[in-house]
Design a protein. Sequence first.
Length: 502
Amino acid sequence: MAQTFETVGVVGLGTMGAGIAEVFARAGVQVIGVEADDAALDRGRGHLDRSTGRAVTKGKLTEDDRSEILGRITLTTSREDLADADLVIEAIPEIMEFKRGLFADLDRICKPSAVLATNTSSLSVTAIAASTSRPGRVIGMHFFNPAPVMKLVEVVHTVVTDDGLADDIAALARRLGKTPITAGDRAGFVVNRLLLGYLNHACALLESGLAGRDDIDAAMKLGVGLPMGPFTLLDLIGLDTSYEVCEVLFRETRDRRHAPAPVLRELVTAGLLGRKTGRGFYSDAEGAPAAEGDRRAASVSTVGIVGAGPEAAALVAALDGAGFKAVVAENSDLAPVADADVIVALSDRPIVELAVRIPHPDRLAGLHLVGDDVAEVASTVLTSEETAGAVRDLVKILGRTPVMCGDRAEFVVNALLYAYLNDAVRMLESGYASAGDIDTGMRLGCGYPAGPLEMLDAIGLETVRDGLRALYAEYREPSFAPVPLLDQLVTAGVPSIREYAG
Ligand code: 3HC
């Protein structure tokens, strides 16, 4: 018979633990929240008060509902109070030694039928289970930050998990209003394995100087429609947790892209952990960026456009409408734009080859339109600051957000996006997760507008495959090479990876 869970313990009431306690209490479950000492318990109470208070302020909860929810949560510093719990979820720091010590303790305290679950982001559930005398009753129940908001729970089973337990925990997740996906005990499970590779890649691009923090964040948020840019999200997750997940991923995959970016180590060592310490990539004290006037475009009257087709025509019309004189040239003959004040080459590939063919290479920048809201502005080593500034201002005049970057393969958006999509295909190809679970995981775990395989189908398999080839040719990073499955689908003319995966 399916096991039901009426009393649930949560050990560790940091951001995640408090969020998990709230989720259970909202679903009518009695919760016992445990912290190490009174000070930590007070902090946990603070998280609960703030989160439910915010819901009242927003009119999502009445004061009565709030009191009822908080009334279902008993707070204690004694683990012994968990003796009668049907399920205990651990949400303490990601240190294996601590987790194993806690689980050995819970194994002693909790009744034999109780299930012991870990909310670990990436540590081995099997290793945690092995510290108990009931490894079959130990499972991963992985929530996403902020737990009250994100709709996904990853249910992580090991090779020794009792039959049926993953189904019972999945049913419980549904009762909490969440969607479960099940995953095996591999580093990062489904979501963190894809997410942290991408976030770490963003750190590497930042460190390489390709683009700045705000540009990369704007590119991914506005260009791809993600709820947050990578650095804002890293700050939300916590840089210590992010570092740890990357470290665990790297140990398992030996993929250099998972080796935590040095900037993460530096920030973590300096105690700048993100939102929880008030400073990480961003600082709470930081004001909004100063507004910049459209200064440099003021000296521009003629804009040269290298490009063809509807994108070039639309740009000409928009520039005309904004009072600029637009002249157009095609790649094969750049003479018509040679004397323009600034020249933009519409391209999703590096443009330095064009720069060396014109008399004023300092006046040329690449322009890559991303969706309806963003334009990447790529500077070659010859582009002058004046030109880059003028093109940035023109982009703003045209109603798009400029993303300033270097002239490298796939610039910012596609470099980050395509590598992530390739990782998703690799996961599918390895048989580790189904197409549906991969897509659901990223949509509900991270609030993405679409899952990676849905995005791949929408962009086009061949476009992504060719972009990956260009990335690989430039960076020689083995994991940028298109996964064989992607290559084969393109060669075979299969238009949809999700249809192929069934
Ligand atoms: N606690 C409770 N509720 C919160 C909250 C919090 N910390 N933060 C936001 N909310 C609620 C708000 O009250 C609001 O609720 P409403 O729609 O009912 O009014 C809703 O979330 C939207 O919040 P806001 O309007 O203030 O802000 P946004 O629209 O910018 O949304 C966000 C905030 C939900 C965090 C959104 O930006 C998002 O989805 N970001 C992506 C988060 C993500 O990727 N999480 C996964 C990280 S990976 C992970 O956790 C795994 C780990 O192992 C590393």
